[in-house]
Design a protein around this ligand. Structure first.
Ligand code: F0G
Length: 462
């Protein structure tokens, strides 16, 4: 007789050993806290937040092995043994022989941009990331978005919305000449597109193109294991490969890569740059001493490098990555039940609510995503972040707002931190705000910092 039970559920491959109590607050309290924070979720006090979906960056729960590793930090100024363990694991899992640690991802972006870019050059990329593009621009480059059009359409179900459009890339190269391209900057999955991956097929095509035109190809491998997981689940020929194999194949097409270790590696701080190019390595090793610290610690403590090295071994575990992406998927499936619009397909690290659609009665100049993030916090203490006109900033040439097509609120899932019950509470809060959406009015900006204004900008209710 055929069995009636179908086993299709997964559960986390770990259990809870230590807990961190969180404060429960009232709506009245949160109303006040939001106002004091200038309706900017970055300016809230973390202790006033109930479920923190601001970011998955540095907010992950380390394993008992990682915590144990913290106790064997070798805090020597030079040549710490944790550095060599980390370097070995970078070689083993990312496959690039040269390595420079940094305190976090943007420090690697800073050095790379300075080394690679001659002012006046161009950097094409598969959609921008805030810090990545800013460092490219500060080094004198113009960033050009060459991601496929599907990525700008929140409802297009393309399985690899992180792909580069070869025609757009070719057009740029024809216009400005290959010599004026500093490098191609490819991220996977693409954070701002909704955590969407690129395919190995697309990467190979980009690699062939870059090789033919003698253009360098660099990888923002910050969440690369998520990209590898999507390739395994979605791309023909990869079902039987391990996440580690796929990660290594992906990295093999690049001249070098940089990583914010605060994501995939499940640590609270850290980053690095790795490359096959000895000259670039030597330039970075020289520069790291100026900006970060000696090349064997790069602004990190020995214990941080130990936790990173262990994190690399844990991040490629299939059950671990399935549970991580599975939680995001669960959240998305629940939202669908309430018909709440968000970016499809469900991405790797976050759900991106479509604030443009949810608050369709508002103008983009009244900051719909900023408003929606504030309203969700006020409703329940769930903290997300704006990824729309505020994050896009101003055009450096015209000084005008950039008007991105996507006006989103990102709800991001720290790794190994929240339970399914937390997720259910967050879903109900979003649904409740969604129900009352027509009553919501916008915001006006009352303070605007020069760089990365989304971090410190302040707003008032209209
Ligand atoms: N690249 C990507 C794709 C990122 O998502 C981030 C950070 C960085 C680079 C910069 O790394 O923060 O260590 O300096 N993203 C965080 C986020 C801030 O919330 O998405 P960092």
């Amino acid at each position: 007789m055929a069995k009636k039970i179908i086993k299709k559920s997964w559960a986390e491959p770990f259990k809870i050993k230590v807990v961190e109590p969180i404060k429960m607050t009232t709506r009245e309290y949160r109303e006040k806290a939001a106002k004091e924070a200038g309706y900017n979720t970055f300016l809230l006090k973390s202790e006033d937040v109930y479920i923190d979906l601001l970011t998955d960056s540095g907010t992950n729960a380390m394993s008992d092995r990682q915590w144990a590793g913290m106790m064997i930090g070798d805090e020597a100024y030079a040549g710490s043994k944790n550095f060599y363990y980390l370097w070995d694991n970078v070689k083993k899992y990312y496959g690039h022989p040269y390595f420079v640690p940094t305190h976090q991802g943007r420090a690697a972006e800073h050095m790379l941009s300075k080394i690679m870019i001659t002012p006046g050059q161009y950097v094409p990329g598969n959609m921008y990331f805030t810090t990545t593009r800013l460092h490219q621009e500060l080094a004198g480059a113009t960033f050009v978005d060459v991601i496929i059009d599907e990525a700008h359409d929140p409802y297009n179900e393309h399985p690899f919305k992180g792909n580069i459009d070869l025609k757009k890339l070719d057009k740029l190269v024809k216009e400005v000449g290959a010599k004026n391209i500093a490098y191609i900057s490819m991220a996977g999955p693409v954070n701002m597109a909704g955590g969407q991956p690129f395919s190995m097929k697309n990467l190979r095509e980009v690699y062939d193109f870059a090789k033919k035109h003698k253009i360098r190809l660099w990888f923002d491998a910050t969440r690369a294991t998520e990209n590898a997981y999507f390739i395994k689940m979605r791309e023909k020929g990869y079902q039987n490969k391990t996440v580690a194999d796929i990660l290594k194949e992906m990295c093999s097409y690049f001249e070098g890569l940089w990583v914010s270790a605060k994501k995939d590696l499940m640590v609270n701080i850290g980053g690095f740059l790795a490359t096959k190019n000895k000259k670039i390595y030597e330039a970075a090793r020289n520069m790291v001493v100026v900006y970060e610290g000696l090349h064997t610690y790069g602004g990190l403590a020995g214990r941080d490098m130990e936790a990173m090295a262990i994190g690399i071994e844990e991040m490629v575990d299939f059950d671990n990555i399935r549970a991580r992406i599975g939680q995001v998927e669960y959240f998305g499936k629940q939202l669908e039940k309430y018909k709440i619009p968000f970016v499809k397909p469900i991405g790797g690290h976050a759900i991106f609510l479509d604030a443009k659609k949810i608050l369709s009665h508002m103008k983009q100049d009244d900051f719909p995503a900023q408003t929606l993030a504030a309203e969700i916090f006020i409703d329940s203490g769930v903290r997300g972040m704006e990824r729309g006109i505020v994050s896009s900033g101003r055009d450096p040439k015209t000084g005008k707002h950039r008007y991105p097509k996507l006006e989103l609120v990102r709800l991001t899932f720290p790794r190994r931190v929240y339970t399914q019950a937390h997720i259910d509470v967050a879903v109900e809060s979003v649904a409740s705000v969604f129900e009352d959406r027509k009553k919501i009015k916008g915001l006006k900006m009352v303070y605007e910092p020069e760089y990365l204004r989304f971090f410190q900008g302040r707003f008032e209710r209209l």
